[in-house]
Design a protein around this ligand. Structure first.
Ligand code: DC
Length: 219
């Protein structure tokens, strides 16, 4: 199986790019952030605080996360319910960042991720794919962009949807999330030694896709 690992901070464009690449290459796209979001959604729904490691540890066996594909789109199933429509917001994203620090949460999801990569050609994105989940991936890319550029992209996305938002607040949120994801003890976000660094600050989507295809071909 061919495994392509893409890691990088929040808002670097990983999922947009990985989705497009997967379609072009005929691979399965695995969005691991969505799995952490599904677990975070469960904790939020059940009134479990991110700081309460004991409660999270106790709850984990009751959380069943699985993945299904519909028309090539990944669907995350949480205890039988498709939660795709309710996990893509800042509240769940921040909760996912805060609860993904616990090994008990990570162990469960890493196993599911490895199972998927063992039976399909995948492009998998996340924070620890090249370093921990798929250390033997055929290609590893670390996709990043400046915090300002990532904030501006998020701002444009929300504004286009008619949501009111503040650029400075979004940027602060991104910087806080980067810090948490990069400084946690278990599987922190970092570039794998054998990953290729790609900075998308000055590139549009097509530019990033082209750059990635080149990296993949060269590998
Ligand atoms: O990529 P995302 O924004 O959907 O991810 C949400 C959070 O989940 C992210 O801030 C940290 C956590 N995460 C992780 O720890 N490891 C991954 N492989 C993917 C996401």
């Amino acid at each position: 199986m061919v495994n392509i690992a893409i890691d990088g901070p929040a808002g670097a464009g990983k999922s947009t790019i990985a989705k497009k690449l997967a379609k072009d290459l005929g691979y399965i796209y695995v969005d691991t952030g969505a799995m952490y979001r599904a677990m975070a959604y469960y904790f939020l729904k059940n009134g479990i605080a991110a700081e309460d490691e004991a409660a999270i540890t106790k709850a984990c066996p009751d959380v069943d996360v699985t993945i299904r594909y519909e028309n090539g789109e990944q669907q995350v199933i949480l205890n039988g319910e498709n939660v795709n429509g309710v996990i893509r917001n800042e509240e769940v994203g921040n909760m996912a960042s805060a609860t993904s620090i616990y090994p008990v949460v990570r162990t469960k999801l890493v196993e599911l991720q490895r199972q998927l990569a063992a039976k399909e050609n995948v492009i998998m994105d996340g924070r620890d794919i090249g370093t921990v989940v798929l250390p033997d991936a055929n290609v590893k890319i670390y996709l990043t962009a400046s915090a300002r550029v990532r904030a501006q992209r998020r701002f444009d996305e929300l504004t286009a949807k008619g949501q009111e938002c503040n650029l400075e607040e979004i940027e602060k949120d991104i910087i806080d999330r980067d810090y948490r994801d990069m400084h946690r003890e278990t599987s922190p976000l970092k570039q794998a030694e054998d990953a290729v660094l790609l900075d998308s600050s000055e590139l549009d989507i097509n530019g990033v896709v082209a750059a990635m295809k080149k990296i993949i071909e060269e590998a």
